[in-house]
Design a protein around this ligand. Structure first.
Ligand code: UDP
Length: 195
């Protein structure tokens, strides 16, 4: 089964390798792509917030099971999923792809201190990456203004680490404008990456 519904969220039931194939394909075809790596907290929050649920159900192109709790939920519902696919794994793999292909990457999120280290580490570990944005997540502008700035930078990939549901709200604005990038909310990934 390619879709598994857990509490209203339609998960794409692919292995990590299958997700990678799909992402490469969408990247090659310059398709606007919103990826949600949904953990149990996100599923619960979406069930309490219809607007958040709507964003995931209508705007996300790929939804991964980010957490063992989701994989266990699938088993209990007798619709087992292939595997857990975390935001962090996809984030670092996509950076490798961007490094090899010399792609334009926009990062937004985390504290100014964490963003500074993240930016330096990306430059060192993935020198082929063209960083077209490296903004911290404590901005004053509204999300529409922030989305305009991201669109203007013409990124191939966007990673937003400003906490849910705001990171998904931001990406859905970009997705609705058909910004031709792979775009993903990555929660605390910059904190982990920089640590
Ligand atoms: N964050 C941010 N701006 C905010 C709130 C949070 O950039 O206004 C960052 C925070 O620094 C962290 C990331 O978002 O790097 C994830 O935060 P949190 O752990 O609170 O969110 P969750 O993992 O639950 O999505």
């Amino acid at each position: 089964m390619n879709k598994v519904n857990i509490l209203g969220i339609e998960f794409d039931n692919y292995s990590l390798e299958e997700f990678k194939d799909r992402l490469i394909n969408r990247l090659n075809n310059k398709l606007s792509t919103m990826v949600v790596t949904a953990n149990p907290e996100i599923v619960m929050a979406a069930n309490k917030d219809p607007k958040f649920m709507k964003i995931i159900r209508q705007d996300a192109d790929l939804v991964t099971a980010d957490g063992i709790g989701i994989v266990l939920g699938g088993k209990m519902l007798k619709t087992p999923m292939k595997e857990r696919v975390t935001g962090y794994d996809l984030f670092t793999w996509l950076l490798e792809v961007a490094n090899l292909r010399k792609l334009r990457v926009y990062l937004i999120g985390a504290t100014p201190a964490v963003m500074k280290i993240t930016k330096e580490k990306v430059a060192k570990v993935y020198p082929g990456v063209e960083l077209v944005g490296a903004e911290d997540g404590y901005f004053k502008d509204d999300l529409t203004t922030v989305a305009k700035g991201i669109e203007k930078a013409k990124p191939d990939m966007v990673f937003a680490a400003i906490g849910f549901p705001r990171q998904e709200q931001l990406i859905s604005l970009l997705r609705q404008k058909q910004v031709p990038a792979i775009m993903m909310g990555v929660g605390g990934s910059f904190d982990v990456f920089s640590g």
